[in-house]
Structure formats: structure tokens, C-alpha cells
Design a protein around this ligand. Structure first.
Ligand code: TYD
Length: 137
């Protein structure tokens, strides 16, 4: 499986009508895990890079529910950039994938759905350490 297949862009159904749009994300249905945690990142801009880590245990779906940002995704071999700029589209990031989020528009609200409760010890924040661990697999 190549990296884009491992980290697919997911298009959610729009249940909107003349009253406005409605997007529903059901854990285990439109995304491949049950959601245990939700967080969102806003008030970032195009000068910062966030993320810069991989997670040994967590899976994520990232959605720009407002504005736009980019996510650079790598498994240590391949790399691609997901451009998130619509509330109906997200990117799935499985375990042990390195990600950097950047180029946030001023109005960006980046919603993150996670498969785990927060545990800082499952983060790998050193890229050399990540390469070592990912190559063992
Ligand atoms: P960090 O992982 O640096 O954010 P990002 O991935 O966007 O770069 O997290 C920033 C701070 O917030 C850090 O002190 C850890 C804390 N945090 C939690 O307590 N719970 C969480 O679910 C997340 C994502 C972060």
C-alpha cells in the first residue's frame, strides 16, 4: 500500500438542504475508528508549523471546518501534502505516520478526531527517533 492509500482523503456526505449544510461523521462508519477525543486548532497562521510528531497508538482524522491549512505527511519513505480547505473533506492519519501542519489561513479551524485519549508518552517528537522506530516495523 502506498502512502496515499494508507492516508486517504475522506469525503463526507453533505446532508444539507436549503437551510444550510450538515456533515455527520460517525465513528467506525465514515472514519475507520471510534472517536475518543476531539480537539481543534485555531488562531495559528502561515508562520507556524505544528504537529512535527508521530503517534505510536493514535489514529486521527483532520478536517478544516473553516479556512485552510496543509498537512505534510510522511512514513519516512514517501511524502505528500494534503490541502485541507473544506468542511466536507478530511485526511485519515494512521499510527506511526509523521505529520506537520502549516500554512494556516487566519480563519483556519482545524478539527482533529482521535482514536485515543491523550497520552503524551505515545508521541514521537524526534524525527531521527521516528525513522529508527518505523524502520523496525
Ligand atoms: P501539541 O501536541 O504540541 O499540538 P500540535 O500537535 O497541534 O502541534 O500539543 C500542545 C499542548 O497541548 C501540549 O502541551 C500537549 C497538550 N495536549 C493535550 O493535553 N491534549 C491533547 O489532546 C493534545 C492534542 C495536546
Amino acid at each position: 500500500m502506498n502512502l496515499r492509500e494508507k492516508c486517504p482523503i475522506i469525503h463526507f456526505d453533505d446532508l444539507g438542504d436549503e437551510r444550510g449544510k450538515l456533515v455527520v461523521i460517525e465513528g467506525g462508519q465514515s472514519i475507520p475508528f471510534d472517536v475518543k477525543r476531539v480537539f481543534y486548532i485555531y488562531d495559528s497562521d502561515d508562520t507556524v508549523v505544528r504537529g512535527q510528531h508521530a503517534n505510536r497508538e493514535s489514529e486521527f482524522v483532520l478536517i478544516n471546518v473553516a479556512g485552510r491549512s496543509k498537512v505534510r505527511i510522511t512514513d519516512g519513505e514517501e511524502e505528500f501534502v494534503a490541502e485541507l480547505d473544506r468542511p466536507m473533506t478530511g485526511v485519515y492519519i494512521p499510527k506511526m505516520i509523521w505529520k506537520d501542519m502549516y500554512d494556516f489561513s487566519k480563519d483556519s479551524i482545524l478539527l482533529v478526531l482521535a482514536s485515543t485519549h491523550y497520552d503524551g508518552t505515545e508521541y514521537i517528537r524526534d524525527y531521527e527517533e521516528y525513522l529508527k522506530e518505523v524502520k523496525k516495523k
